[in-house]
Each structure stands twice: as C-alpha cells, then as structure tokens.
Design a protein around this ligand. Sequence first.
Ligand code: PLP
Length: 404
Amino acid sequence: MINVNKIREDFPILNRMINGKPLIYFDNAATSQTPRQVIDVIVDYYTNYNANIHRGVHTLSQEATDLYEQARAKIQKHFNAKHSHEIILTSGTTHGINLVANGFSSLLNSNDEVLVSALEHHSNIVPWQMLCERTGATLKVIPMNEKGELIMSDYNDLLSKNTKLVFVNHISNALGTINPIAEIISKAHAVGAAVLVDGAQSCPHVQPDVQALDVDFYVASAHKMCGPTGVGLLYGKEEWLNKLPPYQGGGEMIDEVTFEQTTYAGLPHKFEAGTPNICGGIAFGAAVDYMNAIGFDAIATYEHELLEYATNALSEIEGLRIYGTAKEKTSVISFNIEGIHPYDIGTILDKMGIAVRTGHHCAQPIMDFFKIPGTVRASFAFYNTKAEIDALVNGVNKAKMMLS
Ligand SMILES: *Cc1c(COP(=O)(O)O)cnc(C)c1O
C-alpha cells in the first residue's frame, strides 16, 4: 500500500508554488521528480567522493570507483541481468539506442529487414532509419489499431527469415499502451531476429526481468525513474555485446594503444569511452533503491487506481476525447477537446500550477495516425493524488469554458 502523504514528503519540489498555486506535476512521462534520498546522494558525492574512477591509486578514486561499480551491481540486480558487465551505463535511452544501431552497421546488408512499431518515440525511429541508410536494409512498420494497440497478426505477417532486428517500446510514452513484449520477443527469435526494447516508460512502473523476457537489448533512462538526467542503461546479452564493435573511441575503452593499433577493453568498458557521469550513475543506483523500497507492485496498483479515476472523471467532460484506450495501459492520458488547440489548454492549466505536456510527445507518426497535431498529456506517478486529479478536471473544464 502506498502512503502517498508520507511519500510526498520525500519530494521537496512538490512544495513549490507555480503562478501562486501549489505545483501539480503531471508531466512524469517526460521526466520524474527526484526524492530527497537521491538528491542527498548527489550532494554527498560532490561533498565527499568526487574523483575520476577506474585508474587512480589514491583513496578517493578507489572510493568513487567502488560506489560507481556498486551502482552498476544494483542496476544489474534490479533488471536481473546475468552478468554485471552486461550493464552498460550510458547517458540515457537515446544514447543506448544509437550505440546498438551504430553497432549493427557492419552486421546488416541490403537484403535485410528491420521492424519498428507504429507506437515509437522518435529516438527509437531515427537511429534505425540512419542505420537503414548506411546499410541499405529496409525499415518496416508494425501497425496499430484505433485503440493504440499493435496489430499482432500484422506483426506475424511481417516477420520472415529476412528480419534481423525488431525494436519496440515496452510502454508508449504518448498513449500509455503496454506492448506484449514477451510475445514480440519470442516470435522474433523464432525467425532468428534480435530485439531491442525501449524501456524508458516502463521502468518507472514495472520491474523488467531481462532474463525471463530473453530480450537481446533493453534501454532506459534514470531521469524517468526518480534518478538524475544524463544517465541510463543499455542491457545487452553478453554474446551480442561481444559481437558489436565499440561505439565511441577514447579513454577507458581501450586495452592497449599504439599509433599502429589499438586493442579494446573488455565489457562493459569497451562501450564506456571517456569519463562517465560518475555521480549520475551512483544516484541512478540510489533511485533504484528508492523505488524498490516503495515496491513496484504497490506502485502499479496505486497508479492504476489514479488512471481509472482520471479516465472516468475526464471522460465526463463533453467534447473530450482520449487517445490510447488499450486494454493494457499505464498511467498516461492523452486527450483533446473538440475545437481547442492542446497548447491553449496547457497554457491555462499552467496558470493554475498544473504541469502537463502538450504537442506531439516526440511521436509524430502516432499523431499522424489520429490526424491531429498533438494532444494534452497528463501522466501520473506514485506521488500524485486523486485531489490533484480533481484539480486537473476543474482546470480542464475552466479552460474549455474560456476557450470555446
Ligand atoms: C523519454 C523517452 C525516450 C528518450 O529518453 P532520453 O532520456 O531523452 O534519451 C525514448 N523512448 C521513450 C519511450 C521515452 O519515453
């Protein structure tokens, strides 16, 4: 059970006033807020441990290295990776996807096909388009229906022995749809294709088990799960990470360098060129600890309650349409009111202290599917309350009155 009043005390930003009103933060799908427990780790790092890692003999460097590697181990345990060297610490989801897409440049040719879902964030589309330009491989799209669910019979038809890669998000940031990734992965494997899952939206809500899923690559960002910006993870199966060439060259990722030839470091360092976001990595570990202390089952149950409550209340507003009505859905509501631009609703809500996102949510193909320029998106986290949702519904009603 979530004790929301107690949890809210962990988030200092929730005491802020915006335009004279208490902040109501419903933009969690863009970035989550940071609890005191994680902020304290960041302050502690720069106060007591700041040093470069992995190469110092001095005490400070060794302590920083230990904290960084402990964080990697926490992340490994959380995602249930078999080996800690299968966890590559990146700058975020986008970095992880680009790393893998770049690595496949030498593994694909013009007979190959790669499949992307219609529900993707731009960062899980554009790097693959660039890969297809480099290799001549063909990009095909798994379509969705009016509810925002992938059409699995079409996916079956698209799969063939030419399919080399499938990339799909676990949960859609624009609509909240939870995709059947276990089925997507097993069907891809049946034709010999590898799968990358974009977990940027799932990690705040569920605890993925990469071994049980048998997924080849899984990427996420710390800042969507109570951690800082600029850090994330790429999980890759050991055999895949060994097969892919390094992404960036530099310090940390080498074994031996001469002007004639360089040999690369082993995993995970082969993919971690340069000084990493050391403090961010350590704080990412603290965020994983924080969320686990609350518990993902409790989080999922509570957020589902918020989703149902908000869906019912918003649906009462005449002229309001919700986009994304999948059966399996997380706490994201994308909506429009007939005849009103989403931006105008967002602006009026901001005057009331309510933060929502408006626009295409980095998923223009989804907006094109519904033939709209964008939506208003309210996304809820475990520190939100039903009283805040009541304020949102009041705010939307007020905006509707002012604008129509
Ligand atoms: C936020 C998000 C991304 C991009 O994450 P970054 O942290 O900006 O790299 C990718 N995919 C989905 C589904 C997202 O929600």
